[in-house]
Design a protein around this ligand. Structure first.
Ligand SMILES: Cc1cc2nc3c(=O)[nH]c(=O)nc-3n(C[C@H](O)[C@H](O)[C@H](O)COP(=O)(O)OP(=O)(O)OC[C@H]3O[C@@H](n4cnc5c(N)ncnc54)[C@H](O)[C@@H]3O)c2cc1C
Length: 383
C-alpha cells in the first residue's frame, strides 16, 4: 500500500470553473478597477489589479493546461473592459504573450515561466504590431537578427510596446539576415526588458496612458536558444493568428457594453429627449449579443487555419471595432454634458474605442487582409 501511494503522481490542480473566474473578474471590474479607471486613463499602470486578475484565473483560461477556454478568456476581458478599456488591452497583451509561451514547444518557456505569467506573478506583452503588418506587406520589418553561436543577436527599434517595464518581457519577431543583408526567414523570441534593452518614453497619447507603453531599442541583443518561441516564425504566426486577433474582441465587447450601461444610466432623467437619437440601448444591446454569440462560436476552434475561418475572424474583429466606435459615440450623445466631463466614462470610452479601431490589426489593416483573402478565394482573382 505504502509503495503504491509513493508511486502515485498527483494530478494537476483542477482548472477553476468558468463561473468562478467570471464572478471574481466581475468583483474586480465593478470594484477597484472601476474606481481606478480615470487614473489609469491618465497614466496609472494597474499592475496590482493585473496581479489580482491573474490570481482570479482571468489571464490564463485560454492556455492548454486550463482547457484552452478561449471563449472564457474573451468573456473575462469583456468584463474588465466594461470598466476600463486600457486594462482590457493589458489583458489582451498579457493573454497573447501567454499564448506565445504556451504554443512555443520550448520547455524553457513553458513550466514555471508560463505558470507565473498565467497567475499574474510576472508580466509581459507583445511587440507584434510591426511584424503583423510586415507579414501582410504593409511596412518593413523593424528588428533584424544575425545567427551567432548558441542563438541570434538582434538590433533595431520598435516605436511602442505596452505592458512592459524593467523585469518584464514581450514576444517579438526579427528578420534574420545572412551575408549581404538578404533575409532568410524570421525568428520569434521572448524579449526580456533587462539592461540589454533600452526603453524609451513615448510621447503622451490621448488615451490608454496607463498601459506602460515604451519604445524599445536593441543593440546587438543576444537571444539564446532558450528564449526562442519559434524558428522559423511564419508557420507559428499562421497557426496562432486567428487566436491572436479573436482575443482582441474582448476589448470591443467590453467597451461597448460599458457604453450601453452609461446610456441606461441617464434613461430616467433624459429618456424623454434621448428617444430622438438614432441609437437606443435596447437595439445596441441586441446587436452586441449577436456579435458576442458569433465571436464565442469562433472561439471554439481558435487554431483553425482555413481561409473561411480567418475571414470570419477578421470580419468579427472589424465589426467589433466599428460597433465600439458607434456605441461609444451614442453613449456620449445620450449622456450629453455629464458624459463630456473630463472625469466621465463616456468621453474616455470614445478614446478607448478609437484605440480598438487603430491597434494592430487596425480597421484599415483588417479590410486590407479581408480584400487580399477574398481575392485569393475568388476564381480568377489575383493572388
Ligand atoms: C497606446 C498605444 C499602445 C500600443 N501598444 C502596442 C503594443 O503593445 N505592441 C505593439 O506591437 N504595438 C503597439 N502599438 C502600435 C499599434 O498597434 C499600431 O501599430 C499603431 O497604432 C499604428 O498602427 P497603424 O496600422 O494605424 O499605422 P499607421 O498609423 O498607418 O502608421 C504607419 C507606421 O508609422 C508609424 N508611426 C506613425 N506615427 C508615428 C510616430 N509619431 N512616431 C513613430 N512612428 C509612427 C506607425 O507605428 C506605423 O508603423 C501601440 C500604439 C499605441 C498608440
Amino acid at each position: 500500500m505504502a509503495q503504491t501511494a509513493a508511486l502515485r503522481i498527483d494530478p494537476a490542480p483542477p482548472a477553476l470553473p468558468d463561473a468562478a473566474i467570471l464572478a471574481a473578474t466581475s468583483a474586480i471590474a465593478d470594484g477597484p478597477l472601476a474606481a481606478a479607471a480615470a487614473r489609469i486613463d491618465h497614466g496609472e499602470y494597474p499592475l496590482p489589479l493585473m496581479a489580482d486578475l491573474g490570481a482570479a484565473g482571468a489571464l490564463g483560461a485560454h492556455l492548454k493546461g486550463n482547457g484552452s477556454r478561449f471563449g472564457l478568456a474573451i468573456s473575462a476581458m469583456e468584463t474588465a473592459s466594461r470598466a476600463c478599456g486600457a486594462t482590457g488591452f493589458l489583458m489582451w497583451a498579457h493573454d497573447v504573450c501567454g499564448l506565445y509561451l504556451d504554443q512555443s514547444g520550448n520547455p524553457a518557456l513553458e513550466g514555471a515561466m508560463l505558470e507565473d505569467h498565467a497567475a499574474g506573478r510576472s508580466f509581459g506583452g507583445t511587440a507584434l504590431s510591426n511584424p503583423m503588418k510586415a507579414f501582410s506587406g504593409i511596412e518593413p520589418m523593424l528588428l533584424r537578427a544575425r545567427k551567432v553561436a548558441g542563438g541570434y543577436v538582434v538590433r533595431g527599434a520598435l516605436p511602442w510596446v505596452s505592458h512592459i517595464g524593467r523585469g518584464q518581457y514581450c514576444g517579438a519577431i526579427a528578420a534574420v539576415e545572412g551575408v549581404g543583408g538578404s533575409v532568410s526567414h524570421e525568428i520569434m523570441f521572448l524579449l526580456r526588458c533587462d539592461d540589454r534593452a533600452e526603453l524609451r518614453p513615448c510621447p503622451v497619447f490621448s488615451g490608454m496612458e496607463g498601459t506602460s507603453t515604451w519604445g524599445i531599442r536593441l543593440d546587438d541583443y543576444f537571444v539564446p536558444a532558450d528564449d526562442l518561441i519559434a524558428d522559423p516564425a511564419r508557420p507559428f504566426i499562421a497557426r496562432i493568428k486567428g487566436a491572436f486577433i479573436l482575443l482582441q474582441t474582448g476589448m470591443a465587447l467590453g467597451v461597448s457594453a460599458g457604453a450601453i450601461a452609461s446610456m441606461r444610466e441617464v434613461e430616467g432623467p433624459l429618456g424623454h429627449v434621448n428617444q430622438f437619437l438614432d441609437d437606443q440601448p435596447d437595439d445596441l444591446e441586441a446587436e452586441l449579443a449577436d456579435l458576442r454569440a458569433g465571436i464565442l462560436a469562433l472561439a471554439e476552434t481558435p487554431f483553425e487555419t482555413s481561409k473561411d475561418y480567418l475571414l470570419s475572424v477578421l470580419d468579427a474583429r472589424a465589426q467589433g471595432a466599428e460597433f465600439t466606435l458607434r456605441a461609444t459615440q451614442a453613449a456620449l450623445l445620450h449622456q450629453g454634458a455629464r458624459g463630456y466631463l473630463a472625469s466621465a466614462g463616456p468621453q474616455r470610452r470614445i478614446r478607448e474605442a478609437h484605440f480598438v479601431a487603430i491597434v494592430t490589426p487596425a480597421i484599415k489593416h483588417l479590410r486590407w487582409e479581408m480584400a487580399r483573402l477574398s481575392r485569393d478565394v475568388m476564381p480568377g482573382g489575383a493572388a
